[in-house]
Design a protein around this ligand. Sequence first.
Ligand SMILES: *[C@@H]1O[C@H](CO)[C@@H](O)[C@H](O)[C@H]1NC(C)=O
Ligand SMILES: *[C@@H]1O[C@H](CO)[C@@H](O)[C@H](O)[C@H]1NC(C)=O
Ligand SMILES: *[C@@H]1O[C@H](CO)[C@@H](O)[C@H](O)[C@H]1NC(C)=O
Ligand SMILES: *[C@@H]1O[C@H](CO)[C@@H](O)[C@H](O)[C@H]1NC(C)=O
Ligand SMILES: *[C@@H]1O[C@H](CO)[C@@H](O)[C@H](O)[C@H]1NC(C)=O
Ligand SMILES: *[C@@H]1O[C@H](CO)[C@@H](O)[C@H](O)[C@H]1NC(C)=O
Ligand SMILES: CC(=O)N[C@H]1CO[C@H](CO)[C@@H](O)[C@@H]1O
Length: 865
Amino acid sequence: MYRPLLLGVLSAAAGTLASTVDDCPGYKASNVVNRDSTLTADLTLAGDACNVYGTDIPDLKLKVEYQTDSRLHVNIYDAAENVYQVQESVIPRPKSQGTAASSSQIQFSLTEDPFSFAVTRTSTGEVLFNTTGQQLIFESQYVRLRTSLPQNANLYGLGEHSDDFRFSTTDYQRVLWNSESPFIPRRANLYGSHPNYVDYRGAKGTHGVFLLNSGGMNVNVNTTAVEGTFLEYNTVGGVLDFYFFAGPNPVDVSRQYAEVVGVPAMVPYWSFGFHQCKYGWPSVDYVNEVVANYSKAGIPLEVMWGDIDYMDHRQDFTLDPTNYPLEKMRDLVGRLHQAGQRYVMMLDPGIHRKGGYEPFENGVKSEVFLKAADGSLYRGSQWAGEVVWPDWLHPNTQQWWTREIQKFFDPETGVDIDGLWNDMNEASNFCGDITCDPTEKKRSIAYTGSPTSRIKRSDDLHPRQSPTGTHLGLPDRNLFTPAYRINNHRGDLSDSTIYTNVTNADGTAQYDTHNFYGTTMARTSRGALIARRPAKRPFVLTRSTFAGAGAHSAHWFGDNYSAWDDYRISIKQMLAFVAVHQVAMVGSDVCGFNGDAQEVMCARWAVMAAWQPFYRNHADISAPSQEFYRWESVARAAKSAIETRYRLLDYIYTAMEGQSRDGSPAVSPVWFAYPGEASAAGIQTQWFLGDALLVAPVVEDDGTGVDVYLPSDVFYDFWTGKKVVGEGKTFRVEVPALEDIPVYIKGGSVVPMRVEAANTTVELRTKNFEVVVAPGSDGQAHGQLYLDDGESLEVGSDKSELSFAWDGSKLTVDGTFGYQTDVVLEKVTVLGGHNATVKEGSWSLNGPFVVNVGASCRRRSKKAV
Ligand SMILES: *[C@@H]1O[C@H](CO)[C@@H](O)[C@H](O)[C@H]1NC(C)=O
Ligand SMILES: *[C@@H]1O[C@H](CO)[C@@H](O)[C@H](O)[C@H]1NC(C)=O
Ligand SMILES: *[C@@H]1O[C@H](CO)[C@@H](O)[C@H](O)[C@H]1NC(C)=O
Ligand SMILES: *[C@@H]1O[C@H](CO)[C@@H](O)[C@H](O)[C@H]1NC(C)=O
Ligand SMILES: *[C@@H]1O[C@H](CO)[C@@H](O)[C@H](O)[C@H]1NC(C)=O
Ligand SMILES: *[C@@H]1O[C@H](CO)[C@@H](O)[C@H](O)[C@H]1NC(C)=O
Ligand SMILES: CC(=O)N[C@H]1CO[C@H](CO)[C@@H](O)[C@@H]1O
C-alpha cells in the first residue's frame, strides 16, 4: 500500500498547475554566520514554489549548535516561527554547553547552493548523514529530507514496530502515527512513535539521530541501483529539529539520547515482581480465587491487576456495584497488602459524557475536555459509550485528574491502589471515521449501558482560541485530510482516533500533537500518583508512547497474539525500547494477549519473560484462561523462573537504577557490549540483562534447543558455573526441559544475588546476599549493587552504591553506604578453574570490606546458583 510520491495535487498557490516533488526547487543558503560553537544561515526557496502537498515556505532558518562534544543540534525552521514545534513542556530542550566546533566529535558541513548538509565523524571523516542529492522540501503540510547511507547499514529504532530489531534497508517504510493496533501488525504503525534511530558501523563507531518532530510521518528506507541506500523523512508538518549523537560506542549513543529526552523514571522494587492480569475476570470473587490459586500452586504472585471489568458500565472512577462492589474491593486490596502483594487498576482517557457522572461534570466545570470547532465538547465513542477526552495540555487537567484519582483511590474510603494503568490512549476512538455519530454508535461490546442522559449544550460553548504566537502551528491548514498521506494502517489520520483538527488549550492542534497524547496522559497520571502519595515512587503503565515516555511510565507492547512469532517479537521490541528509545520498564503480555495460549509456548514464555524488565501475564476476554497454574508444566516452569528472577532482583534493580541515572541501558543487544563484533549486528533473540548476564532462550516454535551466539570472550554457564570460551560463533545448546533457559555470565563480572528467593518482594528484602565472581581473561572482575528502600521517590542519601572488585585473590567491596541494612553478604563464589571456590561469612553491607579468598577456603563442584 505504499503510495508513490508522484501523486500530484492541484497547487493551491499556482491555481491550476499540477506539480510533483520533482518540480520542487530546494533552498539556497545565505547570510551564513559561523561562530565557535554555532552556525546560522537563512534558507531561501531557490525557485518557483512547487506547492505539492501544501504551500512552500519561502524563508527558513538554519541553526546549528555544538551543544556538547558529542551532541550536535541542527534545526531547520520557518523564519516566521509559526510552524509547530513540540512544546518545551512536553520535551524540555537540553541547554547547549557551547562546545567549540573544533573540539566536537562530529562536524557539521554546509553546502550553500543548493542547500544541503552533512555530518561527519571528526576522528575518521566517516560521513554519518548527508542530504546532498535530493532537494529539501519544506511546505505547510509536507516536509521531506533524505540522507544517503552506506550499503547494508545496520539501523535500529524508529519504533514502535513489530519488525526486525535491525530493520531492513531495502523497500522498508516506518510509519509513525500512534494507533490502537490489535495483533501488532507487521510493517505498520503501532501504539507509539519514536523518531530516533541508531546507526551501528562496527569498528567505525556508532551514532544516533533523533528528529524531534511529533507529526505523522513516513520514513522510507530503501536501496536502489541509482540512489544507493537512503533514509528519507516525509512528515505532514513540523520542523526539522535534529539531534546527532556521536557515540562512538553504542552505550554512549543511548546515554546521549537520554540527555535530550530524559532518563527513564526509577520504578518501585515491587514492580519487578510477577504480575497477573486478565480482561474478562467476571467478579472480585473470581479475582480472589486467582490469588488463592497462585498461592496454592506455590507460584509467587506480586501484583494483581484490574482491567475495565471492575468498572460500572466501563466508566473510569466507578465500580461495578454487583460484581466488583466497594466493600469487597477494599477487602481484596486489604488482604493483598497484608500479604505483601499489590494492586494496579486501569484508567482510560475516554470520559463518559453523561449528566450526573461526576468526573465528567467536574471536568466540564474545569474546562479540561477537548472541544469541537463550535466550542461544544468534542465527542467520540469508547468503552463507556459516548465520551469526551481530556486535553492533557490544559492547565486545569492535572488538578482535575489528580482530584478524581485521590477521591476514587482514597486509601480510607476507596480502592487503595499501588499503581495505574493507562490504556486506549493513542487515543483509540471506536468511531472509525466521519460517518460515525458517537451518540448513535452501536458497539458490539457485551454490556447493557444505561441511556445517556441529556446534556445541556450551552454549558459546553467556550470555544478554544485560535493559534497566535510562535511555534503553535500554521493557520489555514487542512488538518483533517492533508494532501500528503502517511500509510496509517487505520486509514486517514483521524480514523479511529481523536480528530486531528481538534484544537488543544494552548492553541496547538491534535494534528501536530496526536503522537504524544498518550505520553502526556501517562505524565499526568504520574503527577496524580505523586500528589496522592508524595513520598512514594509512582508506577504507571501506558500503552501509547512518544519519545521521552520512559521518564513518566512503563510500557507493554500491546495486544499481541499467543503465538511463537509474538514471543520472538517481544524480544526485538524490548531491545528497541530499552536500548534505543529509553523506555526501560517494558515487556509483553506473557503467553500472549489474543488467542489460545499453548502449554509448551506458555511455559517457555513464562521462563523467557522472567529475564525481561516488566513481567506480566495478561490475556483478552476472548482468550482462554492462561494463569500459570492452569497447567502443571507451566506452573513448574514459572516457579523455577520466578525463583531465579527474585534471587537476581537486586541485580536487575541495580541495572534499572543505572539507566534511570544516566541512560546506560539495563537491557542491550549483544553488539552493545562487543561493538567490534559486527557479526553480532543482526542478533535479536539474545540479550544482555544488566552488564553481566547474556540470555539466550529457545526461540523456535516448540523448540528443544537453541543456537547460541557467544562473542569472543570468556563466559560462564550461569547454571553450572562452567567456563565457556566464546569464539564469535553460534553453537547448538539442547534445552529439553521447559523450565530451562541458557544464560551466561560475562567474564569480568561480579553478580550479586539473594541467597534464596521468597514469595513476595517484601520478604525477599529480608534475605541475605551472595555474590558470584566470574573472572575475565585477565583474571579480574567488577560489579555493582544498588540498595535503597525500594519505594521512596526521593532517596536522597539513603542509598548504597556498592562496587565489587576482584583482583584474582580478594574481593574488595567499596562505594557509598547511605542505606542502612541488617542484610549481610554471606557467600562469595569464585568461578573459574575446575571447581568453584566458595567463601562463607557474614559481611555487613553498611561499610566497605575485603574478602580474602585464599587457599584455605573450601572448593566444590556445586552449581553456581
Ligand atoms: C555528500 O554527498 C555528496 C554526493 O554524493 C558528495 O559529493 C559529498 O562529498 C558528500 N559530503 C561529504 C561531507 O562527504
Ligand atoms: C523502494 O524502491 C523500489 C524501487 O524503486 C520501489 O518500488 C519501492 O516502492 C521503494 N520503497 C520505499 C519504501 O521507498
Ligand atoms: C482455582 O482452583 C480451583 C481448584 O483447583 C478450581 O476449581 C477453580 O476453577 C480455580 N479458579 C480460578 C479462578 O482459577
Ligand atoms: C474537523 O473536520 C471535520 C470534517 O471536515 C468537521 O466535520 C469538523 O467540524 C472539524 N472539526 C473542527 C474542530 O474543526
Ligand atoms: C512460598 O509459599 C509456599 C506456600 O504457598 C511455600 O511452600 C514456599 O516454600 C514459599 N516459598 C518461598 C521461597 O518462601
Ligand atoms: C573438585 O571437586 C570434586 C568433588 O568435590 C573433587 O573430587 C575434585 O578433586 C575437585 N577438583 C579440584 C581441582 O579441586
Ligand atoms: C494483524 C497481524 O499481523 N497479526 C499477526 C499476529 O501474530 C500472528 C502470529 O504471530 C500472525 O500470524 C498475525 O498475522
